[in-house]
Design a protein around this ligand. Structure first.
Ligand SMILES: Cc1cc2nc3c(=O)[nH]c(=O)nc-3n(C[C@H](O)[C@H](O)[C@H](O)COP(=O)(O)OP(=O)(O)OC[C@H]3O[C@@H](n4cnc5c(N)ncnc54)[C@H](O)[C@@H]3O)c2cc1C
Length: 580
């Protein structure tokens, strides 16, 4: 084992002349709390005591799920690449009173590390369904476990455990796979062909030519050559097959804040609810490093934690989440709504909520595509931050998303140029961000400035910018450019099925009714309203039973709280529709 010689600060493992002495991993941040005797007593009737012997494997990397284990006696090692010789890595050691597992137990994802008994003793094994029942009854215990599991997932991601992605930083497919892993908050390690000396040797050992990269390695046996997101999701057991068709009460398209709120309220109100997302749960909010204005979180919350919590909550009430699952068409059949997915699956439902949000606009400069995914980015998550650590960078945009990105990039880069087209950064940006930017010596604000040219061969080296007042061009050194210049609605897949405004956002309520009166809808749609004998409700589109919420809706306030509120409100209206 890699760490078996001497004391390891990471794991607390030590060895003495061949006999391994296991030292427990310290609990610095609350990720490994010990259960009290009273809490173990609460769990005991739901599980089974089991004696353990050194070497027993309680669960293994790649298992689709596992029990919830509490250590009663002895020690358990958490190991990555268990049984893979030199590659085996000790992640942690736990003793009596501690419980095992991480977020996958609550989200239904597969197991990312192996738990092997280090010192014999006894465990309490609680089947995962039972665990969900217990924590629903004992909320203090539930909170303790959830908090520990959220922290453990961050630790696993930080340690680079999970599946391996080998690929070049210049490859758009490498970037796609990494983005998929990061946006879905999946533990993984990226081995950069350009910078990691071991990458080529590893590829040779696997019999993979560099031009066949990126590849994904999962467990001891799975090697995927440039997998699509859906293929990767299936291979690691993330995407559960959509069950053979029955008609759901509600299908929610898009799992951003609006869609997740609808999932929680829909399922908790007794609607059979299916949620689809093309990329990841969390939507735009999932790409935000810190949301400071979400009600109830005075010290802010990261978008990914918010998404995780909502996903667990939606799952708890029985909503069925499917990622990645992209809707490509919406039709009607025999009074039902039918959604077609990219893989050809059809889903029928009584009501549909469209919560597909918006995606950032692109800059109008030559050769943009050449740099996209390599030096030009539309989000500032850990993935992008890793690519430009220590470099000078530029952010384009005058809204709060640009401001947030500038502040978070200033933590890891040497200089952030914030380019704003007008002369007042406070015009469209939250006051707290303007203040943080003003007080940050690493951020230089360029007012009345637009990007005209991207300069560089493989990667961005410089920007040519223009002062819009004077027409004067100048050059800025920047290895990455972050673009936040407004958003376009994700409605292209709907064709002409629903009435939209001049910018492509979906009309609802009185404005959808007006579109119908103005003759903007086809005869069939008009006929269905006639049959319904009513006007569209507040969040209902130009088709009865199809609702829209969040950023995709015309006239919506483009805030997270507003999107979540609309998602919840839509459920109420869906209820009335389904009931009727
Ligand atoms: C970097 C950043 C920081 C932000 N910070 C804040 C903040 O601090 N405070 C605040 O109030 N707001 C903030 N916002 C805005 C806020 O995140 C959005 O208003 C909110 O996410 C909108 O939620 P939504 O559910 O309507 O749509 P989105 O969040 O856009 O989610 C839409 C989802 O639909 C999916 N989708 C799209 N098309 C399809 C399809 N055909 N099939 C299946 N799925 C599909 C997408 O993959 C996406 O996950 C920020 C936005 C960004 C980008």
């Amino acid at each position: 084992m890699g760490q078996s010689t001497g004391e390891s600060p990471e794991t607390g493992a030590s060895s003495e002349t061949g006999t391994e002495t296991l030292t427990e991993t310290p609990d610095f941040i609350g990720a490994f709390p010990r259960l009290s005797e009273a809490q173990i007593e609460v769990l005991e009737p739901w599980g089974q005591r089991r004696p353990t012997a050194a070497g027993d494997v309680l669960y293994r990397e790649g298992d689709p799920t596992c029990d919830f284990f509490v250590i009663l006696d002895g020690k358990v090692k958490i190991v990555e690449c268990f049984g893979a010789g030199n590659e085996e890595r000790l992640i942690g050691v736990h003793g009596p009173g501690r419980f095992l597992g991480e977020l996958n137990l609550l989200t239904g994802e597969p197991v990312f590390v192996t738990a092997a008994v280090g010192e014999p003793g006894e465990v309490l094994a609680v089947p995962v369904d039972r665990l969900r029942e217990v924590v629903a009854r004992d909320t203090t215990l539930g909170d303790l476990i959830l908090r520990a599991y959220l922290l453990r997932r961050s630790l696993l991601i930080g340690l680079g455990t999970g599946f391996k992605i080998i690929g070049s930083r210049f490859s758009p497919d490498t970037r796609r796979i990494r983005e998929f892993a990061l946006r879905n908050r999946l533990p993984h390690r990226w081995i950069d062909l350009e910078r990691d000396g071991a990458a080529e040797a590893l590829l040779r050992a696997l019999g993979v030519a560099p031009e066949e990269t990126p590849v994904v390695i999962w467990g001891k046996t799975r090697l995927l050559r440039n997998p699509g997101n859906a293929e990767l999701a299936r291979a690691i057991g993330l995407r559960s097959p959509i069950p053979p068709q029955s008609v759901s009460d509600l299908v929610v398209v898009g799992a951003g804040p609006a869609g997740l709120a609808a999932a929680v309220y829909g399922a908790s109100e007794g609607l059979s609810t299916v949620v689809l997302d093309a990329v990841a749960t969390g939507g735009q909010a999932g790409t935000s490093p810190r949301i400071e204005n979400y009600l109830g979180f005075p010290s802010g919350i990261s978008g990914s934690e918010l998404a995780h919590r909502a996903v667990i909550q939606a799952g708890k009430f029985g909503a069925q989440l499917n990622v990645p699952a992209q809707a490509t068409a919406l039709d009607r059949d025999d009074g039902r709504h039918v959604l077609t997915l990219e893989d050809g699956t059809h889903l029928a439902s009584r009501a549909v909520l469209i919560a597909t949000g918006a995606r950032y606009r692109k800059l109008d400069v030559p050769h943009l595509e050449r740099f996209e995914g390599i030096s030009v980015h539309y989000a500032a998550t850990e993935a992008e931050l890793q690519l430009c650590r220590g470099d000078p960078v530029a952010v384009v945009g005058g809204g709060s998303s640009a401001g947030q990105a500038a502040v978070s990039l200033a933590e890891t880069t040497v200089r952030v140029h914030l380019l704003v087209r007008h002369d007042d950064p406070g015009r469209d940006m939250s006051r707290y961000l303007v203040e943080q930017i003003e007080h940050n010596p690493k951020i230089v604000v360029h007012r009345n400035t637009a990007v005209r040219e991207l300069v560089g061969d493989d990667v961005l080296e410089e920007l040519v910018v223009e002062n819009l007042r004077t027409g004067e061009p100048s050059r800025l050194r920047a290895r990455a450019l972050f673009v936040f210049i407004g958003a376009e609605p994700q409605t292209g897949w709907l064709g002409s099925q629903l009435a939209i405004d001049e910018h492509g956002f979906i009309l609802t309520g009185a404005r959808a009714a007006a579109a119908r009166r103005d003759g903007a809808m086809d005869g069939e749609a008009n006929g269905s309203w006639y049959a319904a004998g009513r006007e569209p409700s507040l969040l209902e589109t130009s088709r009865p039973g199809v609702f829209a919420a969040g950023d995709v809706r015309s006239g919506s306030i483009k805030w997270l709280t507003a999107a979540a509120g609309e998602g919840a409100m839509a459920v109420r209206l869906v209820h009335e529709h389904v009931g009727a």
